[in-house]
Design a protein around this ligand. Sequence first.
Ligand code: NAD
Ligand code: UFG
Length: 343
Amino acid sequence: MPAILLTGATGYIGSHTWLALQSAGFDVIGVDSLVNSSPKVLDRLTELGGREPVFVEGDVRDAAALDRCFELAGTRFGGISAVVHFAALKAVGESNERPLDYYENNLGGLLSVCQAMKRHGVTDLVFSSSATVYGKPESLPITESAALKATNPYGQTKLIGEELLRGLEQCDASWHFAYLRYFNPVGAHPSGRIGEDPRGIPNNLMPYVAQVAVGKRAHLNVFGNDYDTPDGTGVRDYIHVCDLAEGHVAALRYLAEQKRSLTVNLGTGQGYSVLDLARAYGEAADREIPVVFAPRRPGDIDACYADPAKAFETMGWRATRGLAEMCADSWRWQSSNPNGFEA
Ligand code: NAD
Ligand code: UFG
């Protein structure tokens, strides 16, 4: 059976999706430049998946590296049936400092992946989009038909990426794309052997709270307590990374069976505040998470949560793991790997 090619395969979401695909019976080949992930992920995938991962180290902007993936899949499996394109730079703040690098990596990478698919006759692609494409939403919960707006270079790469792919489908109906708009992925594999391993100071809430819990940081800075939300702190739709990974399995099945494109939110539909999350994490880790109120972070919005109905109606997928499980699984990963993949 042809395999699924994952780009950005050793990253946070890629590694969890690799396991979810194998559990669902798919063969997988991964490519990653390791610019933001560790090769040690591959050892953990061997341990958890019971077989050595088929992996190419390379940049998706390098046509030869992508051709190697297709050739390898031809010898190891029956070729490649679809691609899941995770490879991207994802830090919003950094994207304001290095916009050209973000445009080049994220948009150049997407075009290069599509060119390789065209060379090898593959037409199904799952695109990692983001709730960031909704900008500051006009109403909540957010449906897929809400207005789209990018507010930073990272968000632009997701919005323009979607637009490029829509343009491609209009010119050539043989392409089929799943545009998956992720809300806030958190948590870790329940084994505690793989998880999120940000470099430097974490930008995102749960990895930061995890480092407070494990004693690497003194307290959580809560960015703003005067938002228009029940407790004044920002509200987001946190989704367990294993639910998100299973959403990719559902999307690949949809593309293979329905032979048409699809745009869906991957969220739970439930919003939690910064203080809700800090409290839930404290319970999971059985310790208090000290908080200090700090000014708002530029560009942040009050609240953002999905209407997840369409994903269930179209692909039969819905998130099943709650906040307590997200925190417990993150804590298992963080407490047994305080320095991430570095021993
Ligand atoms: P991640 O940084 O953990 O993983 C991305 C992987 O891509 C990394 O392993 C990195 O080394 C690799 N990569 C980057 N550029 C590459 C290139 N040119 N060639 C080859 N490999 C390259 O991030 P993640 O959280 O796993 O995110 C995966 C995707 O999901 C990204 O496209 C991201 O924008 C999107 N997304 C993430 C979130 C989130 O909060 N985590 C939310 C919405 C969307
Ligand atoms: N926050 C803090 N302290 C921190 C970090 C975050 O109070 O140290 C707050 C933020 O102000 C926000 C909430 O926690 O209210 C969540 O912040 P994150 O940075 O974890 O997530 P965002 O919703 O800001 O953004 C994330 C990704 C984006 C993506 C978006 C939607 O970083 O790339 O989700 O998917 F676009």
